[in-house]
Ligand binder design. Structure first.
Ligand SMILES: Cc1cc2nc3c(=O)[nH]c(=O)nc-3n(C[C@H](O)[C@H](O)[C@H](O)COP(=O)(O)OP(=O)(O)OC[C@H]3O[C@@H](n4cnc5c(N)ncnc54)[C@H](O)[C@@H]3O)c2cc1C
Length: 271
């Protein structure tokens, strides 16, 4: 939080239980049920949200923090969980100079209260409603493409796909810095092992595991072409990550012949 007049940086706002006793219209009180390190730079936060109506895979929510002086800061976070129920999971990557994410990653503890608004977003969602169509051979395959923390809503889709025993062909191309930076690593591995309908393709940009067949490198158009469902199979495509990542990937997909109307994107900000 920078003060433009003085150039000083104020501490991130801490949520105030007193202010949260009566939630504002359209907002829910969320109690932090648990937190854990997801990667060296990110935390998984499980919330118990009073009155949460459930959510589809791919949706997001807004988190609002309120400082004791009344200053508020609101940020969006994708929801890693889906379905009915009042338990909601998010995963937050810490931006070193960020206002909100360092607080959520390093400071928030079980029992803390936050305000959340949602679920939000009806466009970037996948539902296992196509299961019958898949059985009849009509469902279009689904290509998921994630950069870093952008995997959160795509993990929700893969998890919903697995939970529904959906037969739609799913492929997840996931770009991460190093093996330590894979979000939901165990869960993704288990999902891919449990279902022949889910293929997981990892691309390491800074450090690969020992014996990995390719040196670390960012996704190129050629890598993308080799690792995604071909345009001829008319996949529905979901791309999520930093703005620069999403825009590059979406442009390449169109160049590779994918129908722009079949590409859904979620931009997290940054470059
Ligand atoms: C729909 C939606 C869903 C999102 N879901 C998630 C999620 O699941 N997990 C998650 O960690 N984040 C997610 N984000 C990003 C999140 O909303 C915040 O932008 C992020 O946590 C940074 O907030 P901050 O207050 O720490 O940083 P700020 O104080 O807002 O920004 C600090 C600096 O970092 C830059 N910046 C902001 N966002 C990014 C970024 N993503 N990458 C690189 N630089 C950035 C800003 O331009 C600024 O220069 C999502 C964003 C959107 C729009």
């Amino acid at each position: 939080m920078s003060d433009a007049a003085t150039g000083t940086t104020a501490p991130a706002p801490a949520p105030s239980a007193a202010l949260l006793a009566v939630p504002r219209s359209g907002w829910h009180v969320a109690t932090v049920a648990s937190t854990r390190r997801e990667t060296p730079n990110a935390s998984r936060i499980e919330l118990e949200v009073d009155g949460w109506p459930g959510n589809a895979a791919g949706q997001h929510l807004d988190v609002r923090l309120t400082a004791p002086d009344g200053y508020t800061a609101t940020r969006s976070y994708s929801i890693a969980s889906s379905g009915a129920g009042t338990r909601v999971t998010i995963a937050v990557d810490k931006l070193p100079d960020g206002e909100v994410s360092p607080y959520l990653v390093d400071e928030v503890r079980a029992g803390d209260m936050l305000e959340v608004h949602g679920p939000l977003g009806a466009f970037f969602v996948w539902a296992p409603d196509a299961a019958d169509a898949a059985a009849a051979g009509e469902a279009r395959p689904v290509q998921l493409i994630a950069g870093g923390s952008g995997v959160v809503p795509l993990y929700a889709m893969a998890e919903a796909h697995g939970a529904a025993h959906d037969l739609t062909s799913f492929r997840l191309l996931y770009s991460v810095r190093s093996p330590d930076d894979v979000y939901f690593a165990d869960e993704l591995r288990r999902l891919a092992e449990a279902s022949a309908a889910l293929q997981l393709d990892l691309v390491y940009t800074r450090r690969s595991p020992a014996g990995w067949p390719t040196p670390p490198a960012r996704i190129t158009r050629e890598v993308l072409e080799a690792a995604v469902i071909p345009a001829a199979e008319r996949p529905r495509v979901f791309v999520c990550g930093s703005t620069g990542f999403v825009e590059r990937v979406a442009d390449w997909l169109v160049e590779l012949g994918h129908d722009a109307r079949s590409i859904r994107t979620e931009r997290y900000g940054g470059t």
